[in-house]
Design a protein around this ligand. Structure first.
Ligand code: SF4
Length: 487
């Protein structure tokens, strides 16, 4: 099979338009400053982009130039760049950088690879990236993604990134030298992942363009392709996700996620956007009818539902303006069930909204009970409360904290005592299953999380539950999606 690299890279240009832009590219575009690109590139090694972006921003407020960087000692640098990977070594490199630039390059960041690799903490990969991004000069930055994916495609057959760089210098059309790293980093983080590439949703696989050399695709028991039997049996896949900003997650693989999971109903919380602020392909996802209930205040709260089957009736809110103006509850009525999407208020760090939240809880419970008198009810969303001690990693430390106060948990006790079924616990009693992690302290990597997102059904609908799960591997928000299969 001959491999058409130009065709493939052109397809990927389209494909990654909605992916997150790698942080170094972003800094290059935003600043056009070789010093900042160099520093961000040093910080980015072995560090997730989100962490690099925050650390770089913190560092640049104190050290926007090489001269300002020279005034900071190593300990201060460590504090500023923590928790990037290898922060102690990187602080040492950064502390030595201004003197090196002054002594050998007149205080300027050099352009040539051979010069760049003499700087502290700068290897060949970093040098190529700086040359390409900061100066727009021909350079092929080969990192793990470029090396791996080029070999998967069979475009090169190499054992090391350096061999790949040399092979690409001979084979890759020059117009792709600068772009190829950004393209394949985005694609490698989003679809062609190192562990279990998402071949089932990959555009190159669909077009029959990837030879998949040496690849073990992920096993996706939940993928749309494999759900045909379930669909034929009348089982509906429902997914709920607090996206913490729909515009942000839309740039980070949201549509690929929807294509991958192929839900029948997708409920989103905390969309933080008016429908008109969304890209058209997100406002109206092909194959779905979309329903939005944004907060009146821009950029705050709000819920949305996408449904393959149009609803018979739509109910906005629960008839209480205090909650309805914050876009917290959206209900779709179907022939034989109601689907209710809820975003419960956060009682806040100082518990200043605890009383309001308790009133919301009671009002929602009444609303659900009223619906359940007519037909089945599925209710999902971010309840902003961990019910029991096994629903969060550190219960003892959080007994007085928002989301785990006795008052919030007592309401959840009362709610479940009236028979409403926590569908995840219907199948799984194990601790360590969470749906939200703080962005701080690498909490997600360490699985220091909380289970605060739920799918409940009314007591009479227990027999309609088919499965319930937490999609903890899905990135893009501080929450992960949860799902319910319901017949
Ligand atoms: S088909 Fe699989 S291996 Fe090939 S590029 Fe796509 S995700 Fe990677």
């Amino acid at each position: 099979m001959s491999f058409d690299i130009e065709q493939v890279l052109q397809i990927l240009e389209q494909e990654v338009r909605n992916y997150q832009v790698p942080v170094v590219d972003l800094i290059a575009v935003q600043t056009h400053d070789p010093f900042k690109v160099l520093v961000a590139t040093i910080l980015s090694a072995r560090t997730r982009d989100e962490v690099t972006a925050v650390a770089a921003a913190r560092l640049f407020t104190k050290a926007p130039t090489s001269q300002a960087l020279a005034a900071l000692d190593e300990n201060t640098l460590q504090r500023l760049i923590f928790p990037v990977g290898f922060y102690k070594s990187k602080a040492k490199y950064l502390a030595a950088l201004p003197a090196k630039l002054d002594q050998e390059f007149g205080g300027q960041v050099p352009e040539e690879i051979e010069q760049l690799i003499t700087l502290p903490g700068v290897g060949r990969k970093t040098a190529n990236l700086v040359r390409a991004q900061a100066f727009g000069k021909p350079a092929i930055c080969v990192d793990t993604h470029v090396h791996r994916i080029m070999n998967i495609w069979g475009f090169v057959q190499t054992a090391t990134p350096l061999q790949t760089e040399m092979a690409l210098r001979n084979k890759l059309p020059p117009q792709y030298w600068i772009r190829v790293n950004s393209l394949l980093v985005a694609f490698g983080q989003g679809t062609c992942r190192p562990l279990g590439p998402h071949c089932d949703s990959c555009v190159l696989k669909m077009k029959g363009l990837c030879p998949q050399i040496g690849v073990t695709p992920r096993k996706n028991k939940l993928s749309g392709e494999k759900r045909t039997d379930a669909k034929q049996a009348g089982i509906k896949r429902m997914v709920s996700w607090n996206v913490n900003g729909l515009r942000a997650v839309a740039k980070n693989g949201f549509l690929a996620f929807v294509a991958d999971q192929a839900p029948d109903i997708l409920a989103l919380q905390e969309i933080k956007a008016m429908p008109e602020q969304l890209p058209e392909e997100v406002r109206e996802i092909a194959g779905f009818t979309s329903y939005f209930y944004p907060a009146q205040k821009k950029g705050y709260s709000g819920v949305a539902i996408y449904s393959r089957e149009p609803a018979v009736k739509v109910v906005h809110g629960i008839g209480d303006s205090r909650f309805d103006e914050e876009g917290r509850v959206l209900t779709l009525e179907f022939a034989d069930f109601y689907f209710v999407n809820c975003y419960f208020p956060n009682s806040r760090h100082d518990l200043s909204r605890l009383t309001l939240k308790q009133e919301f809880n009671l009002a929602v419970h009444r609303f659900l009970e009223d619906l359940a008198r007519n037909k089945s009810v599925v209710v999902c969303g971010d309840f902003n409360v961990a019910h029991t001690e096994k629903d969060l990693a550190n219960p003892a430390a959080n007994v007085k904290n928002a989301g785990f106060t006795p008052e919030e948990r007592q309401w959840m006790d009362a709610y479940t005592q009236t028979g409403w079924i926590d569908t995840f616990r219907h199948y799984n009693q194990e601790p360590g299953n969470y749906s939200w992690w703080s962005y701080r302290s690498n909490a997600r990597e360490r699985n220091i999380g909380w289970r605060i997102d739920y799918f409940f059904v009314d007591p009479a609908s227990k027999g309609r539950i088919r499965s319930s799960d937490i999609l903890a591997a899905v990135q893009g928000s501080d929450h992960c999606p949860i799902l319910l299969d319901f017949k």
